[in-house]
Design a protein around this ligand. Structure first.
Ligand SMILES: Cc1cc2nc3c(=O)[nH]c(=O)nc-3n(C[C@H](O)[C@H](O)[C@H](O)COP(=O)(O)OP(=O)(O)OC[C@H]3O[C@@H](n4cnc5c(N)ncnc54)[C@H](O)[C@@H]3O)c2cc1C
Ligand code: SF4
Length: 492
């Protein structure tokens, strides 16, 4: 806990953010740290609540309640309040391999479960987490921990997202020899080519990977398992294989006109922009560019928000984001009681930026695209929409009803499709002979092993598109299971 009376004396302070109007001219991170003094005050707000729900890490109605990796938040809040930053870092690293990622991009379900959050703004847990780790790097407290001895066991991790990296880190520290294979040219999975640079600067990922490399993990990029190396070859070379291949098969739009030029999958846009930024600061002109265009993002989720923020930085003429669902409530509703995730309206960074420039939140709610119309050259010209109403049917399910008379035509020269992900790409699991269920790799939460002995799965590939913090949790858990497997089995 922090100071016994801190929660009554101090107000919550948000992370420092550059003003929305200024930051859209830059691709650098828009959020920075609070001062040490402010952070200590924020740590002091943590109260002695007896049972700290902030670190319980369970799922209630499909959403996280409390920190999924069970970060022992009250302990590091207390250490920060007392100015013991290094001890706070050691405590944090015991449960979280990569606080510099979660401290930047985690939606912080811990804060939704903070006891103080019942009647006051929650403790600023995520800001404190980020500051502990950033301070650790700045002060050179984080140095390579090279294992003293090796077990002689070899493990292949396929995929370098947060699940693969966490699994590799854990197993390497146990003395096993780990090789991570990645089909992209850069490591990090969706941390690298998904989450935009302004939310998570890519140098932050490279810094961690350099450390993991110095600790003994081998990384092989530009290598697609299943094509460049077959499943059989991989199994023959390693004592265990972990599939952390994500769930990146995107949903496509099936609509009249959706084959028009200028309609792109969101991930093609986001990946291309980050790659071009990192390769050449956009000199190579390989990224989709929406400068001066009217942009529409179809899909109301977080991937869509990242497209909005990216389009604003490219100086699009206008940006709108279409969502099927109604606007979320401003305060926690009765059917979302604490300590569940409150699922309330938030002005995400992208929307704040759009509002600062256009004076309006770019989100359009309860809207359905009916058709896309192209010009004579096949380029997208306009989207035709209708408003909908969400109604509760007699069977207890919700339905959407179109509202006649609300038809509208929107000009658009670029459209990004961000309507979610179907699940795992099937070809590699099929080559391994691994069973799928609901477009995910079938592996139990108990041991993460698939139906093929010695082949394990974790992260989005196993649980479906999720969050970085869940991927880290799964990476840690699969590592524990693989370690146990290697203690009792010799080869795959
Ligand atoms: C646009 C976007 C923004 C997001 N923003 C956030 C956010 O702000 N906060 C948050 O918590 N979560 C966010 N997420 C979700 C989060 O990024 C994922 O849940 C997380 O990265 C999953 O980790 P993973 O390791 O399971 O898989 P991934 O990160 O998807 O990594 C899988 C890796 O496997 C590689 N791979 C696949 N097949 C092969 C093969 N055959 N051979 C070699 N390599 C292969 C892929 O190239 C990829 O690098 C976002 C997701 C998207 C799409
Ligand atoms: S990882 Fe996420 S849920 Fe856990 S303490 Fe950090 S911000 Fe909160």
């Amino acid at each position: 806990m922090g100071k016994p009376t801190g929660f009554m004396e101090y107000k919550r302070e948000k992370v420092k953010e550059l003003p929305a109007k200024d930051r859209i001219s830059s691709w650098n991170e828009y959020a920075t740290r609070l001062s040490d003094e402010s952070l200590q005050t924020q740590g002091a707000r943590c109260m002695d609540c007896g049972t700290p729900f902030c670190h319980m890490g369970v799922e209630i109605r499909g959403a996280a309640a409390g920190c999924p990796i069970q970060n022992v938040i009250p302990e590091w809040n207390d250490l920060v309040y007392k100015g013991h930053w290094k001890e706070a870092l050691d405590r944090l690293h015991m449960t979280n391999n990569f606080p510099e990622f979660t401290g930047r991009v985690c939606p912080a379900p811990c804060e939704g479960s903070c006891t103080l959050g019942i009647n006051e703004p929650a403790v600023a847990i995520k800001s404190i987490e980020r500051s502990i780790i950033d301070k650790g790097f700045e002060n050179d407290w984080i140095t390579p921990r090279v294992p003293q001895s090796r077990t002689g066991k070899k493990i292949a991790v396929v995929g370098s997202g947060p699940a693969g990296l966490a699994a590799a880190d854990q197993l390497n520290q146990l003395g096993h020899s780990v090789t991570v294979y990645e089909r992209h040219d850069r490591l990090g999975g969706l941390l690298m080519y998904g989450i935009p640079n302004m939310k998570l600067e890519k140098s932050v990922i490279d810094r961690r990977i350099n450390l993991l490399r110095q600790e003994g993990i081998d990384f092989v990029v530009n290598t697609e398992i299943g094509k460049d190396i077959t499943a059989e070859e991989l199994k023959a070379q390693y004592d265990a294989v972990i599939l952390c291949i994500g769930a990146q098969k995107q949903r496509v739009l099936h609509l009249e006109g959706s084959e028009s030029k200028g309609i792109h999958l969101a991930m093609d846009y986001l990946t291309g922009v980050t790659q071009s930024l990192l390769d050449s600061n956009f000199e190579d002109k390989t990224a989709i560019d929406v400068k001066g265009k009217d942009v529409i993002v179809i899909g109301g989720g977080d991937t869509g928000a990242d497209c909005v923020a990216t389009a604003l930085r490219q100086q699009a003429r206008s940006v709108h984001q279409f969502g099927k669902h109604p606007e979320l409530p401003k305060v926690r509703e009765d059917d979302r009681p604490w300590p569940q995730d409150p699922n309330i309206f938030k002005l995400d960074y992208a929307y704040e930026e759009a509002a600062a420039i256009t004076g309006k939140d770019p989100r359009e709610y309860c809207i359905q695209t009916k058709k896309i119309v192209a010009d004579k050259d096949g380029n997208v010209k306009e989207l035709h929409t209708i408003q909908m109403e969400k109604i509760l049917g007699d069977d207890g399910f919700h339905y959407f009803k179109e509202l006649p008379g609300t038809e509208k035509v929107w000009p658009a020269q670029a459209v990004f499709v961000a309507i979610g992900f179907e699940g795992v790409e099937k070809s590699l699991p099929e080559q391994f002979g691994v069973k799928l269920s609901n477009n995910r790799i079938q592996a139990s939460i108990k041991d993460f092993e698939t139906n093929v002995p010695g082949v394990f799965a974790a992260g989005d590939a196993r649980r479906g598109q999720s969050l970085v913090v869940w991927a880290i949790k799964e990476g840690r858990a699969v590592a524990a299971s693989v370690h146990e497997f290697l203690s009792t089995n010799v080869t795959v």
